[in-house]
Design a protein around this ligand. Sequence first.
Ligand SMILES: Nc1ncnc2c1ncn2[C@@H]1O[C@H](COP(=O)(O)OP(=O)(O)OP(=O)(O)O)[C@@H](O)[C@H]1O
Ligand SMILES: [Mg+2]
Length: 402
Amino acid sequence: MADPAPKPLSLLLVEDSETDAELLVRDLRRHGFVPRSRRVETEADLADALEQGGWDLVISDHNLPSFSSADALRLVKQRAPDLPFILVSGSIGEDYAVEAMRNGASDFVLKDRMHRLAPAVERELREAAQRVEQRRMAAALAESEQRLRQSQRLEAIGRLAGGIAHDFNNLLAAIIGYSKLTLSSLAPDDPLRHDIEEVKLAGERAVDLTRQLLAFSRQQVLHPTLLDLNTVVDTVTRLLRRLIGEHIVLNAQTSSDLWLVKADRSQIEQIVMNLAVNARDAMEKGGTVTIATRNITIEHANQPDVPPRPGRYVSLEVSDTGVGIAPDVLPRIFEPFFTTKEAGRGTGLGLATVYGIVKQSDGYIYVSSAVGMGTVFTIYLPDTTETPTSATVPEPLDQVRS
Ligand SMILES: Nc1ncnc2c1ncn2[C@@H]1O[C@H](COP(=O)(O)OP(=O)(O)OP(=O)(O)O)[C@@H](O)[C@H]1O
Ligand SMILES: [Mg+2]
């Protein structure tokens, strides 16, 4: 039978006797462990070792001249609550052992029963690994619940916004229509002409707003074609270079042989524009915006930070080196009319529109940001296996809506 695989072990020993420490390490080695150990015998040294971190387990002698094992236990539980702590002693009163277990010790082993040590170490390591895994799963669950809640909230706001936008559109059609009728019946020099033109203009601006609301509530009429996202990036970056000012560096990192996606070209251009304009606004003192494309294959459903459905995607990433987004603001940025910009500068519809278009195109959008470190928006659009048609040829520049 083959020897069992050696088990690496980072061992922190609270022990005043070097000989006892060596015996203990030798015993563990005999049981297949490969210990890397540090021996400490004062509270300051223990604190220093805990600060250094990276330990799998603490084994502490009960009888220490300079401080008690109870002090050692307290310090370990304070600084590294998850670190298993095994008490070893030549003599330990039952009361003390119970007290130690109550205070968080994992186990205690009497020195004349050292054969119990290796199995105890083994069990503690296994349980510690399980605790880490449980915590990881609980965190993943909490995160996916939070995502679900957020998307349900956006869904509800979307329905409301979409309903209002429809009714508004009908009213606006009447306002614009009657303005036009009135204008056509007025003489060219009529003093009322200017006023009615203003009414018509305001109506048209309002139509633009409702168009964005409809985009958010995924009720736009899309014209999907087979699309090479690189051609979208090319078109939009040419336009953006003029728009974003010289204090900002614009980088396009398109990867070659990009798969095709099925999406509405002008809507995807709108996405890149909205994200890039936000990036510009986040970098008043200058910085870099990077627009990148990449092929991505998702193998497993539960990889963190990637789309939940396995499959082939093309990712479109817009990142900046700007001010970043505060954690309390982050959950709200896709809501319509949420803005942190001063009145008159932002309507708060940019990201709501992006979200709606991405969702209506069967895609996913993720954001990660840290204050002072910049922001990354990543969009995944499903790859389509259809063969390209002439529709993938880029349209002229002036068809990009800003
Ligand atoms: N790249 C970014 N860096 C920092 N903050 C951002 C970034 N993108 C969005 N935000 C934050 O999200 C908010 C909402 O963005 P959104 O594009 O929806 O609206 P807006 O830019 O404020 O207004 P609008 O786009 O309608 O003119 C912004 O006000 C800003 O606080
Ligand atoms: Mg914006």
